[in-house]
Design a protein around this ligand. Sequence first.
Ligand code: KG4
Ligand code: ZN
Length: 356
Amino acid sequence: MTGPIAPLALGLETSCDETSAAVLSGDLRILGHVILSQDVHEVYGGVVPELAARAHLQKVDAVVDQALEQAGVTLRDIDVLGVTAGPGLIGALLVGVCWAKAAAYGLGRPWVAVHHMEAHLFSPSLEDVEAEPPFVALLVSGGHTLLLHATAWGEYRLLGETRDDAAGEAFDKVAKLLGLKYPGGPEIERTAAAGDATRHRLPRPMLARNQRPEDEAFYDFSFSGLKTAVVELVRSLEADGVLERERAHVAAAFQAAAVDVLATKTLRAVEQTGCERVLLGGGVSANRALRGEIASRLGSRGRLFFSSPRLALDNGAMVARAARFHFDRGEVSALDGSASAALRFPGLLDPPKRAN
Ligand code: KG4
Ligand code: ZN
């Protein structure tokens, strides 16, 4: 009997509050995949770094074992180990990186340090083989908001990024203001469904008609001003004793403002690059209003790629996939390599801008 197609990749993700491991076959099929979301943070309304690191340490062995078991293989069958090495919470990252390096050393196999946001870029390709560059990519997570033009895997031009809060962070903070649970994104989406987005008008930061492609503001994002506008709105509704009644409308207005900015800048990139293939990645790409808005603005002229909700959020499969890309190009990491909370995005072409 023959086993799964080699090389077998194990992907490990511990950069934030999901402990996840996946086994990917040589032909890029997910053979085993476990995603464990930590619930220790819920009472704090946000991720507590020290608790995240401890929870990863407690669960990482069991999560990997279960992924291997689902795949019907053992650790000895693994040909390459991929792990998120950054960006993220340093204590959390170190759990995964130390685990992968120790396993790589023990097994005599290579390990690949994976950039978390590049891994998000690979996610849709696990479900749709056509989700390949060239594409304009909007990567929206709890820690990052990046707009890229990917001409090939490993060749990315950074167009814009956030100057302050990430898109997901804005969803989380606004959810907290409205008394909703963490993580806030899904809660805002659910609450907004019953609201009228036009009842309260919120600003669209960094969005002005007279912006030109050569201005950094043309593609950059800013969400802290939008959050402050929500703070003020919530305060006045509270003073009037009507917050409870208005909650869904505020959630809808916030979501509409955030989606408008994200969609407008993404479509600007489509116009300017002439590339009508768009890929959405990161946790916020699970948002149906965002997907719907970009799909409708893109219309039938383009293609839109995004992952199913399970693969849009942090997961080990995307890490294994990104690791395979680098492994196939002979790019493996040294045993003295480590995690970095502010790892730079790999493969940036003539990077004129910031970006990690
Ligand atoms: O990529 P991800 O799982 O983790 C990071 O790399 O940060 O993204 C998590 C973020 C959180 O801020 C969460 O609130 C947001 O994605 N998110 C959403 C939705 N689902 C998750 N934001 C808006 N709408 C959603 N449905
Ligand atoms: Zn992520």
